[in-house]
Design a binder for this molecule. Structure first.
Ligand code: PLP
Length: 400
């Protein structure tokens, strides 16, 4: 009989959203007429921008005409028009990357998971705790040992490196899911210096960069001195432009980035990533790449930023509520997540039940993102404004 990858036995049960779903289902069964407000899952609720839909429709029409029909895309890296648009977008916030350092994909989750194929199983991995689960799970599946850098109340949930580990791979996410914290340029420089010292590679997840409004905060690690020698950046249009169901992302791999071969030589990381993608991935559909290109036009930026402003108005409603209640939180200003300390010293799951049963609001227990998440709780700003306001009225009543 075929033998399974035994590393899968080391995965934690995928229990967070299943357990949330179970508890919510039971509550609804017992209270079928009540209105539950969901502020747990990080999916968007607002439709695609008109400019994006128009581009997608136009491209779909082209696909139905012999002269403009497209099959496989030759380079496997994504169409030039989209890679140039992404490079132009970076330039708009002062970061130089070349179109041939950009690979288009179907989203950041796949890239975060697939990038592991490039690394030997002997690399130790450093992940901030709490973290978006794919960083941990994909490395456990790959048989690698995972270490944690602690994000805590004391460091504002922005973990910094220490010398207890010499990792081959480091995962950073800023603005952070789940904690909403954002690294400063100075903090990212510390991580870059640490990676260069240890010859590590940083995988920087910038999925929420578009939510940064403070010009002093870095939207990309690529603008940090030294990062081009030690980092790749993964980003996505899921939250930037509501592409969670449309699927498009990109990875920036600088030309200078090298990885060690078994003989101690250096090899281009981009060469290996292209090789990996060429073997296992056949690209993103033409209409979706045209839709993504439209996001980066001036009109696309305007329309998608209006949607982000809508979500950030929700974030402000949530943040103001916790300010008013005197409850400590991170996020909510340059991030769509609000990560707050469970009141009365409750653990995350006890508070989950209290919020569900007494306010009929669903959030995400911080414990589901790592051990440092216990006692903390995540709410998202991706709901409708009306529901957000109503949920916060309920929270005020509950916690006053
Ligand atoms: N990275 C982070 C930090 C996320 O929170 C998410 C989605 O919630 C993703 C990546 C996945 O994005 P995508 O939809 O592009 O796969």
């Amino acid at each position: 009989m075929a033998l399974m990858n035994k590393a899968f036995l080391d995965l934690k049960k995928n229990y967070l959203f299943i357990e949330i779903g179970k508890r919510v289902k039971e509550y609804i069964a017992a209270h079928p007429d009540n209105k539950i407000i969901r502020m747990g899952i990080g999916d968007v609720t607002q439709p695609l921008a008109k400019v994006v839909v128009d581009a997608m429709k136009k491209a779909a029409d082209e696909m139905g005409v012999k002269e403009t029909f497209r099959g496989y895309e030759d380079s496997g890296m994504g169409y030039d028009f989209l890679r140039e648009a992404v490079a132009g977008y970076y330039k708009s916030f002062g970061v130089e990357v070349s179109p041939d350092e950009i690979l288009i994909s179907d989203g950041a989750k796949s890239d975060c998971g697939n990038i592991g194929d490039i690394f030997d199983a002997s690399n130790d991995v450093l992940v901030t705790d709490p973290a978006y689960p794919v960083y941990v799970d994909s490395n456990i599946m790959g048989g690698r040992k995972v270490y944690y850098a602690n994000s805590t109340e004391e460091n504002g949930f922005a973990a910094m490196p220490d010398d207890s580990v010499k990792p081959g791979i480091i995962y950073l996410c800023s603005p952070n899911n789940p904690t909403g914290s954002v690294y400063t340029k100075e903090q990212l420089k510390v991580w870059v210096d640490y990676a260069i010292k240890n010859k590590s590679i940083i995988i920087f997840d910038a999925a929420y960069e578009a939510f940064i409004s403070d010009p002093a905060l870095p939207r990309s690690i690529m603008g940090i001195e030294g990062a081009r020698k030690c980092a790749i950046e993964i980003c996505s249009l899921s939250k930037t432009a509501g592409f969670t169901g449309t699927r498009c992302g990109y990875t920036v791999v600088p030309k200078e980035l090298m990885i060690e071969t078994p003989d101690g030589e250096e090899m281009s990381f981009m060469q290996l990533w292209c090789r990996r993608q060429g073997s296992k991935f056949n690209g993103v559909s033409y209409p979706v790449q045209r839709a993504a290109e439209a996001v980066f036009t001036p009109e696309g930026i305007k329309q998608t930023r209006e949607t982000i402003a809508y979500y950030m108005r929700n974030a402000k409603v949530i943040a103001d509520t916790f300010d008013g209640l005197g409850i400590k939180y991170t996020g909510g200003t340059n991030s769509p997540y609000i990560w707050f300390k469970c009141p009365d010293g409750q653990d995350s799951w006890t508070f989950f039940d209290r919020l569900l049963n007494e306010a009929e609001v669903v959030g995400t227990p911080g414990a589901g993102f790592g051990k440092n998440g216990d006692g903390w709780f995540r709410l998202t700003a991706f709901g409708t404004y009306e529901n957000t306001v109503e949920a916060m009225e309920r929270v005020k009543k509950l916690l006053k």
